[in-house]
Design a protein around this ligand. Structure first.
Ligand code: 4NP
Length: 155
């Protein structure tokens, strides 16, 4: 389960990129993938059009309906709760997620091995320009390329 704040920009993109790359590797059936937000404001809405655009520019289809994280529903369903930034991690834990099941997405980027703190955040692009969404796409893609083999190996 990919998690961000609003569930309209980062985590829907992470979910779509993960599914796209898993399909390219022929391993889609090995995973159940979803996304949610720690906030409730955008529930029921589609993804931010800027996330849809950046996905489309990279050949990734992004279909999405936003929802908020609910511990009773989501914790039993997902082995891994994969947060975009450290605030998401804190919010997830305060909402009832077991800390040991929560990871930061960029921990799985092979180029960031050993990095800590803010270097592992996928920055919130909501109030910025289109360059921010392109940067988020690259971060999410690089991290998913590390995440998929780790999960297949039983991480
Ligand atoms: P996301 O971005 O967490 O990547 O979906 C945001 C979307 C909306 C808001 C904040 C972040 N918001 O404050 O409405």
């Amino acid at each position: 389960m990919f998690v961000c704040l609003g569930n309209i920009c980062r985590s829907p993109l992470a979910r779509a990129v993960f599914e796209h790359r898993a399909a390219a590797l022929g391993v889609s059936e090995r995973f159940e993938v979803d996304s949610c937000g720690t906030g409730h404001w955008h529930e029921g809405r589609g993804a931010d059009p800027r996330s849809v655009s950046v996905a489309a520019r990279h050949g990734v289809e992004l279909r999405h309906v936003a929802k908020q994280f609910v511990a009773d529903r989501d914790v039993p369903r997902f082995a891994h709760l994969i947060a975009m930034d450290s605030q998401n991690v804190r919010d997830l834990v305060s909402m009832g997620a077991p800390r040991e099941r929560v990871r930061l997405l960029r921990e799985f980027d092979p180029a960031l091995a050993g990095a800590t703190g803010a270097a592992l955040n996928v920055p919130d692009p909501y109030y910025g320009g289109p360059d921010g969404f392109e940067e988020v796409f690259r971060m999410v893609r690089d991290a998913c390329d590390g995440l998929i083999p780790r999960l297949l190996a039983g991480a």
